[in-house]
Design a protein around this ligand. Sequence first.
Ligand code: HEM
Length: 312
Amino acid sequence: MDSPLDPVLTEQLLKLRQKYAAMGQDLSSYLDGLLYSDYLTYWDYIHLDTLLSLQNPKTSFKDEKVFIVYHQITELYFNLILWEIEQIVDHPNLDEKFFCARLDRINRYFQQLVGSFEIMVLGLEKEQFLKFRMSLLPSSGFQSGQYRMIEICATDLINLVNAKDREAIGENSTIDQQIERMYWRSGATELATGKKTLTLQQFEEKYMNQFKEIGDKHRDKNLRALYLKKFPDSAEVKSRLRELDEFANVRWPLAHYKSAAKYLQKNPEDIRATGGTNWQKYLPPRFQKIIFYPELWSDTEKQEWGKAGLMS
Ligand code: HEM
């Protein structure tokens, strides 16, 4: 037998026994488990093999992998943004410091996304893109559920209602009425027929109920509602929310629009390589004018929304 246990170890064992006893568990069995379990490796911890098995191009064009991986990276950042929002929303005692710290994180994630969009704008061969994109129809980044969830959690739903219905239904309309009129639903119509695109139909089938649930949960607990209720006079909160508005509703959409403008035909009749929307009238932020925090912008800033050079 080795030398007796040193006092620190004894102390740790006693604490562990207490912890397990509190849940009616036997520490000794857990120590056996520890004895037989393997050491953790980096690759297991981050599930590297699984992660690297999730890129499955539909064609043999080399650049399709770049396209897939960049979408996956974006979705992971979207997921982190939602993660930070949930921490704000679920905080039992939300204070200004925590709110600002999490908003800073969200803005940093958006900054990475905006800064890296050149991977799409400059990093694909157009000839390859136009070919492999045809194998992906009718899917589109438009069908990113997490993108819509970020919007729903960031503001009151009425700010996401398409501009022409916003005044008509008013702030006190129900979640159902507002969700029915989300700006992106009216955006995704076929050029030729004015009917809902298949891209939209499939998207709604998968996500619409979830969007309603999230809208319901965040009706009084979205970032805008929390700011107005708890910190209406905080300059610190306001400046971060302005930054978020600018990232989410101007800078990311403009960076994204650049890639559509670069790769897709300008001729509206020839939009076969998209989900079928009139993207030139839909994607530029100056057309939708989605603004999460309208009270934080002057009338001129709102009128000029989405035009290059307005923002910092
Ligand atoms: C070469 C790169 C890209 C091109 C040419 C492109 C093109 C388009 C087009 C044309 C649309 C309008 C809907 C449609 O007709 O399908 C759209 C929407 C959208 N795309 Fe992309 N996209 C690209 C990359 C990305 C990436 C990397 C993401 C990240 C997830 C993304 C996310 C979205 C989202 C969220 C929308 C809806 C935007 C809104 O409703 O305002 N796209 N894209």
